[in-house]
Ligand binder design. Sequence first.
Ligand code: ADP
Length: 182
Amino acid sequence: MGPPGSGKGTQAKRLAERYRVMHLSTGDMLRAEIASRHALGRSAQGYMDRGDLVPDGLILDMIRSRLQEIPEDGGFILDGFPRTVAQAEELDGLLNGLHLPLERAVLIEVSDAQIKIRLSGRARLEGRSDDTDEVIDRRLDVYRRQTEPLIALYEKRGLLSRVKGEAPVESVFAELEHLRTE
Ligand code: ADP
């Protein structure tokens, strides 16, 4: 977990490569659905362009089949999912059914000021349509209201670790590797 632009995607991808586990990013899946002009992508695009969350039902339809691809003895990294309390509850049921334990939830912490600087830089470099100033504010607001409640939920279950996301990419990665061996 972490606000938009906190580096979740970058770190999740590196961790997945390092430990050879599946990287499941709902944001990447949605962008692929849009690029391939699938119906699911068409339904999701408007929400994403506005900075809103895509409805839980769509996300769950999309992730359910991907979770089934995780090998029995394999690991997995979820990136950008769950993002709502309803998604987290649904995830518990899905993972139970697959006998896959959730070992840790990581929160990457970055200040709002830093987020704004990073995302407007990304807009120029990558041209992501949801990285404009107005949409960035909306995504931050949505994160605070809909995703932050998950922090307490995973904290209560003793699964939460916090890392400081303003450090260089390499240092954040080193901190994440360290968590694994704690
Ligand atoms: P970021 O974390 O920078 O916002 P993502 O690629 O994770 O980037 O997400 C981009 C957009 O995709 C979100 O703003 C949202 O509209 C949609 N999205 C991704 N994951 C989810 C999810 N689990 N639930 C609802 N919407 C999602």
